[in-house]
Write a protein that binds this ligand. Structure first.
Ligand code: NAD
Length: 508
């Protein structure tokens, strides 16, 4: 893209930045074409390389919707502006977005949302929230298994290094962008190890940023308050799944999910996209709203160091919305002035380049000071460089598929098979203790977690967990298997520097 930049006194034009562009599926090509036209008219210095990702690539046999040439371009530019894509129905396809995020290490998903009242109708005229969502871990690691006919599982993977990276990113983002407060949201009252680690690391990293106010809320009440009184929030930091949900909520209550863009940032690159999908129901009709993708492009311009062009575009866009030129999705009789199509909306934005919004409290550059590219903190020290941690094997959870009777019957059989070195401590079903001393009312599935510890372990308080050798646990599994029991999975139980690295069963 080599536009003739408008001549503005005092403006220094940056060197053109190579970017990779994916036109996407459905409404993707229409909204991308118009977004590129608006970028060019605003004077963005970009050299786009076009790649094909999405439906055609899926159907050509690339299970993640992306082929080798596209990866070459992404490695060259490190920046992707992507229109939404269609994921074909049916099994066997992996999410392109998750693949891109994880392969390129885009660990931070940043979604700034601000109310556009009175230009766009909203119940929350005072809303200016940035969601910083961890982007690579959590249940989105995509590790799922079926263990028995009745039971499937999805692993929630959280790493200390991942928590450190995203917490540091959030604090650096807040500092760089003049934000004053970070609210961390987790569910650590239930998931004490995984969400608990995220919360703990937030507190640890937060000590290095005393200038930023910090608080923690449980995600359920946090999400409810965010939807009810968004004006009390500034930056919200959370895990992958919660972030996915609350960022759509915030975008919707600000006016429409169709208006929001998002950035995915990592050490080795960045991806910018609208948060909506490919809207096949309105594809090819010149009715789609290009605003979400335009907002993504504005975030990209700030990231690559073209903030002046970003502000020009953003202000022209706000002025267009203020002037009541609305695409069908946000058109309201009595509030909007004219219903416009995708192309006419882009024309209207281009015609307003250089103008500032008048109804909105302040133009963008004044409320969001021109920010340099958000600092991308260096990765946390590799495990090998951290202080050594003593990891002690103290037991095993053996998961069985079993449907031959009551929990007491299974308990007695396992006790008899335990041997000299280990003993059965308890059996849980869906996390609830059913042996010993279970409740007959508890509903049991065909999936039993049987916890074995050293024969000399003491119940406490506090419980003690003597060390076991791995061979003792292998011998145990051989005895169980030889007795005809079906082991579907095992988890070793460890202490880390003497601290329990496994959760207790409910009722344990
Ligand atoms: P969607 O966001 O595409 O559409 C939901 C509704 O919003 C539809 O009625 C649509 O017409 C409307 N809409 C969406 N964007 C709009 C816009 N810019 N202007 C006006 N109206 C708009 O969600 P969906 O229907 O659940 O998904 C469609 C496809 O998109 C699926 O294949 C899905 O997998 C894919 N998808 C892709 C991404 C992505 O690439 N980032 C994200 C979400 C969904």
């Amino acid at each position: 893209m080599h536009p003739t930049p408008p001549q503005i006194a005092g403006m220094n034009y940056p060197q053109p930045t190579p970017i990779t562009v994916a036109l996407g599926d459905g409404i993707g090509p229409e909204i991308m074409t118009e977004t590129l036209r608006m970028l060019a008219a605003a004077g963005a210095a970009l050299v786009p390389e076009f790649i094909e990702v999405g439906e055609a690539q899926y159907l050509a046999g690339h299970s993640s919707g992306i082929g080798p040439e596209a990866w070459d371009s992404l490695r060259r530019t490190g920046i992707l502006l992507k229109a939404p894509i269609t994921t074909p129905l049916g099994g066997g396809y992996k999410s392109l977005n998750v693949t891109l995020r994880k392969t390129l290490g885009l660990y931070a998903n940043v979604r700034p949302t601000r109310s556009l009242a009175p230009a766009v109708a909203t119940k929350h005229p005072v809303l200016d929230v940035v969601i910083v969502r961890e982007n690579e871990e959590d249940l989105y690691a995509g590790i799922e298994h079926q263990h028995t006919p009745d039971v499937v599982q999805c692993l929630k993977i959280i790493t200390r290094s991942g928590c450190e990276r995203i917490a540091r990113y959030a604090f650096e983002y807040a500092r760089t962008n003049g934000r004053r407060r970070i609210t961390c949201m987790t569910k650590d009252n239930i998931m004490k190890l995984t969400d608990g680690l995220f919360h703990r690391v937030f507190d640890e990293v937060g000590r290095e940023y005393p200038d930023i106010a910090q608080e923690h809320q449980i995600i359920d009440i946090g999400a409810a308050r965010l939807a009810d009184t968004p004006e009390r929030y500034d930056v919200v930091l959370t895990l992958n799944l919660y972030g996915d949900i609350i960022s759509d909520i915030v975008a919707q209550i600000a006016g429409s999910v169709g208006l929001a863009g998002s950035s995915n940032i990592g050490q080795g690159g960045a991806l910018f996209e609208a948060i909506h999908g490919s809207a096949p129901d309105i594809a090819g009709q010149d009715v789609a709203n290009p605003s979400g993708l335009l907002q993504a492009a504005v975030l990209m311009l700030r990231h690559i160091g073209q903030p002046v062009v970003a502000d020009r575009l953003h202000n022209a866009w706000l002025r267009t919305l203020e002037d009541g030129l609305h695409t069908a999705d946000i058109f309201r009789v009595g509030q909007s002035r004219e219903k416009v199509g995708t192309r006419a909306f882009a024309d209207a934005v281009i015609a307003r380049l250089g103008q500032l919004p008048e109804l909105l409290a302040q133009p963008v550059a004044a409320v969001a000071p021109i920010a340099p590219a958000p600092t991308v903190p260096a990765p946390a020290a590799p495990a090998a460089q951290r202080p050594p941690v003593v990891q002690t094997l103290v037991g095993i959870d053996v998961f069985l598929r079993w449907a031959d009777g009551t929990p007491d019957l299974l308990g007695q059989q396992l006790t008899a098979l335990s041997g000299r070195n280990v003993r059965l401590k308890l059996i849980t079903n869906r996390g609830v203790k059913v042996y010993p001393d279970g409740h007959p009312e508890t509903t049991c599935t065909d999936h039993w977690r049987c916890r074995f510890v050293a024969a000399t372990a003491q119940p406490g308080p506090p419980p003690t967990y003597p060390e076991l050798v791995f061979d003792a646990l292998l011998d145990l599994q051989q005895r169980l298997s030889a007795a005809g029991l079906q082991i579907v999975k095992t988890e070793n139980l460890y202490l880390f520097d003497g601290e329990r690295g496994f959760s207790l069963g409910q009722g344990e």
